[in-house]
Design a protein around this ligand. Structure first.
Ligand code: GLP
Length: 255
């Protein structure tokens, strides 16, 4: 696991976008595993900038998003499909037919999860998987559990996650209580993994992810078993790692 220092959110976003851009440049038909939340928004803005400057072309790329709220249609402004369209897809030359997100409007959870696993499998797996991290260590919507789920599944969101995500909704009651998410097994099969994290509120969970025990009640901790993981995080999110294990951080400015 490589941990890259960024001084703030903007630097984190630039560094993460550079990694994704080099992936697309080296392989024009890359399968990009994409994520939602506030952490990757800056990364998407930087990718859009590179596209506008003529440095990046998305028309060969395929995408597979991590997750979607169960019960929301893709035109609902709180759906992750809507988020992806309005934070990235509509600004770049991606072919929308090559974009994939679990269908939250499918009430048949079993059928939808099976369908989505097949979608990812038919793409040949993910080349680079972008991840944020929840306060409880969830990745995608893989919440703390007794085991690491393998494939796409339907999850009940924890109160901590509903609480954290209510900021995007008019009322807490409007936050869906369930979601479809790629499993940890699928995430771990991605060839490369890139996590972005920012803010003091992520410092403890990032420390547990990088330095604690690998266990399913900190889902992100399993990333330590993956051969090619890069975490790009800002100084605030890295503060506990910097305090307890500074040798793990690449690019840490000398005091
Ligand atoms: C949601 C998403 C996750 C994301 C997490 C953290 O629960 N399903 O993929 O990583 O939020 O979001 P943020 O980046 O806004 O802190």
């Amino acid at each position: 696991m490589k941990i890259l220092f960024a001084k703030d959110y903007d630097e984190m976003s630039r560094k993460a976008a550079n990694i994704i851009a080099s992936q697309i440049t080296m392989k024009h038909n890359s399968v990009l595993g994409l994520a939602t939340g506030s952490s990757p928004i800056g990364t998407y803005k930087e990718l859009i900038k590179k596209y506008e400057q003529g440095d990046l072309c998305f028309d060969g790329c395929y995408t597979a998003n991590l997750d979607e709220y169960r019960g929301l249609t893709k035109d609902n402004d709180q759906s992750y499909a809507y988020f992806m369209y309005n934070n990235l897809f509509k600004y770049v030359n991606i072919n929308m037919d090559k974009t994939n997100i679990p269908d939250g409007s499918n009430p048949d959870a079993e059928a939808e999860c099976k369908r989505y696993d097949k979608v990812v499998e038919d793409l040949g797996g993910v080349d680079i998987q972008l991840l944020g991290i929840g306060h409880d260590g969830h990745i995608g919507f893989n919440e703390p559990d007794d085991s690491f789920p393998v494939g796409t599944h339907c999850v009940k969101l924890t109160d901590m996650t509903i609480e954290a995500n209510k900021r995007f909704f008019a009322r807490k009651e409007d936050v869906p209580t369930e979601a479809y998410t790629m499993g940890i097994g699928t995430i771990m099969k991605a060839k490369k993994i890139l996590m972005v994290a920012s803010g003091k509120d992520k410092a403890e969970i990032l420390y547990k992810t990088a330095c604690g025990e690998v266990k399913p009640d900190v889902p992100a901790s399993i990333l330590r078993l993956h051969a090619d993981v890069t975490i790009v995080a800002d100084e605030a999110a890295l503060s506990m790692i910097i305090e307890k294990a500074p040798e793990l951080v690449i690019g840490l400015p000398k005091k």
